[in-house]
Ligand binder design. Structure first.
Ligand code: ZN
Length: 167
């Protein structure tokens, strides 16, 4: 339950995909008692990624203060990474998300936003060229973000993962 609260507060892939990522990455067993340290690994990974997020957010806030002070009221085009409450690499299919550590992916995603490249033509997480309006076929990140409506058909699988009853 404590881990759930952590993921609710910080979910760069969306809640389900972020949950799935940390469970798999930290190798959390079905019965937590079998490896209590897995919970620490999961929280550590989330915390490291959140530290990247906070650091970049503070940089962003300082930059915006300077810009506003110099008369620039409208944010630059490269700012939207900051507007989605942390959902910067939303993955509609919770089982298909980047597999590297969250902090590594987060740094790359924010850099992609800041670089100003067209993020509908290049995946923000893995830099693969995107040719259609769909999640990245390699890493699952959706170029449209959390506002996209996708049919992924994973409701049954999610229930298994959430209840820790599936494989
Ligand atoms: Zn990708």
């Amino acid at each position: 339950m404590a881990l759930r609260e952590c993921v609710k507060c910080f979910q760069p892939y969306g809640f389900r995909a972020t949950w799935h990522h940390v469970i798999v990455s930290a190798n959390v067993p079905r019965l937590l008692e079998d490896d209590l340290d897995s919970l620490v690994r999961a929280v550590d990974e989330l915390e490291q990624a959140r530290a990247v997020w906070r650091s970049k957010s503070e940089e962003h806030a300082a930059l915006r203060r300077r810009e506003k002070a110099s008369g620039r009221r409208v944010p630059r085009r490269a700012d939207p990474w900051h507007a989605w409450a942390g959902l910067v690499a939303y993955c509609p299919d919770f089982e298909k998300h980047p597999t590297e550590r969250l902090d590594v992916v987060l740094r790359r995603v924010i850099s992609a936003f800041e670089s100003g490249v067209d993020l509908t033509a290049q995946c923000r997480a893995c830099a693969r060229a995107l040719t259609e309006d769909a999640p990245c076929p390699d890493c699952g990140v959706d170029p449209v973000g959390p506002t996209a409506v996708r049919r992924v058909g994973t409701v049954h699988r999610w229930r298994e993962v959430w209840l820790r009853s599936g494989s």
